[in-house]
Design a protein around this ligand. Structure first.
Ligand code: NAD
Ligand code: MG
Length: 395
């Protein structure tokens, strides 16, 4: 398409926190971006409302059973309804789609993201789980198809921007910032008692429930270490984490001369979402810029691996590779869900992940089918471990 024509955008996970911020960016773009397809799994009322407002060519209700029960009579005549994973794959690879914003949560985002990569699209990637589960295969496929994977995750967007200050061979290390989450100042003893409601109350970011719990355990930073490895081809030794409670410095790159380059902006995902869509251009953004007329301070402190052991799993997965990312991700998705249901304690999330990672049949070069098999296996094993081992430990 010519530079003056509007870019067609597919939003996978359009009703989520990232999806809604993406629609804000599209709305503010004055026609630079047009919604081409929008997907949702639950909350189909919101998907229908978005279809009425944006009149996309397609909507995808990825939950087929839910879609079959829903009343679609108000759907605009120009919008076609697709369903299931096949629907996600169809819109993500559609020849008229220019940009695919991958904003489904968890392993469920994998098929749509892979379809977009295989079709050589620009992929604005929020769904870090695709890289955690199958980073090796996703990056290889992108190299073959010519797809561009641009990070939406704020830390990775910051690294992407800061890397422009030098050559990749001159990077000593990257430093991911972490807010520390709602439990940053709690003792190990206090962490035994925290509830789902407390975990969902994040100090700086308003996000979906899964990533909010991941942020509280600091598993999110572990997943982001793995994401960093695949996006920027770095070794485990080159990736570090610093706790920065204000979430204004989104990450830093240190070059071999000791110069550290950081990216700063208030915590608002519309900024990295928009940059992933407009890059290499920059345009005005609905997110506010930093206000330097007001006094503010930035704090940094080292992470505490004793209270937040999940953080250690990131480098472990980067070092071991193979099947470890898929298994860790599946165990974590199940454990987070059970914690939100009140079935396990906050501190048990790490224990489930550790146990399933330790007992899984490690392989160094799994293909995508094998990774998805192990994902299913790890989900079952996590629930078994929760019912058997956790209960025994309590007695
Ligand atoms: P969310 O829970 O708010 O939204 C999830 C979206 O995915 C919804 O549209 C939902 O309908 C859809 N979905 C849920 N389950 C699905 C399934 N089984 N199949 C298909 N679609 C499904 O999540 P979010 O906070 O917007 O996060 C989305 C992704 O972006 C995650 O991978 C997260 O790690 C990443 N991310 C989010 C933020 C943030 O600020 N929210 C920041 C960085 C990265
Ligand atoms: Mg992040």
């Amino acid at each position: 398409s010519s530079p003056t024509s509007s870019q067609s955008v597919v939003v996978l996970g359009a009703t989520g926190s990232i999806g809604r911020s993406t629609l804000d960016v599209i709305r503010a773009s004055n026609g630079t971006f047009t919604p081409f397809a929008l997907s949702a799994h639950g909350r189909l009322e919101e998907l229908l409302e978005a279809a009425i407002e944006y009149r996309p060519r397609y909507i995808v209700a990825s939950d087929e059973a839910g879609a079959a029960k829903f009343d679609w009579s108000k759907l605009p005549a120009e919008t076609t309804l697709l369903t299931g994973t096949a629907g996600l794959q169809e819109v993500a690879s559609h020849k008229e789609a220019d940009i695919v914003v991958s904003a489904i949560v968890g392993r469920a985002g994998l098929e749509g993201t892979f379809a977009a990569i295989a079709a050589g699209k620009r992929v604005a990637l929020a769904n870090k789980e695709t890289l955690v589960v199958a980073g090796h295969l996703a990056t290889k496929l992108a190299a073959e198809s010519g797809a561009e994977i641009l990070p939406v995750d704020s830390e990775h967007s910051a690294i992407f921007q800061a890397l422009k200050a030098g050559r990749n061979v001159d990077v000593r290390r990257v430093i991911l910032t972490a807010s520390g989450g709602p439990f940053r100042q709690l003792s190990q003893q206090q962490l035994l008692e925290v509830t789902a409601e407390q975990a969902l109350d994040h100090p700086t970011w308003k996000m979906g429930p899964k990533i909010t719990v991941d942020s509280a355990t600091m598993m999110n930073k572990a997943l982001e270490i793995i994401e960093t490895k695949w996006l920027f081809d770095l070794s485990a030794e080159q990736i570090e984490v610093v706790v920065h409670p204000q979430s204004i410095v989104h990450s830093l790159v240190e070059f071999v001369d000791g110069s550290v380059v950081a990216q700063m902006s208030p915590p608002d995902m519309r900024m990295p979402i928009q940059l992933a869509m407009t890059y290499p251009e920059r345009t005005e953004c609905p997110a506010k810029a930093l206000d330097m007329t007001q006094a503010f301070s930035l704090e940094f402190e080292p992470p505490d691996y004793e209270r937040f052991p999940a953080l250690k799993l990131g480098k472990e997965v980067v070092q071991r590779g193979g099947t470890t990312g898929a298994v860790l991700n599946a165990a974590n998705e199940v454990a987070v869900q059970r914690f939100l249901e009140g079935k396990i304690r906050f501190v048990d999330i790490y224990r489930v992940c550790r146990a399933i990672l330790d007992e899984h049949p490690f392989e160094l070069s799994p293909d995508l089918n094998r990774l998805l098999e192990l994902d299913a296996w790890a989900r079952e094993e996590s629930d078994k471990w929760i019912t058997c081992c956790l209960r025994q430990a309590k007695d």
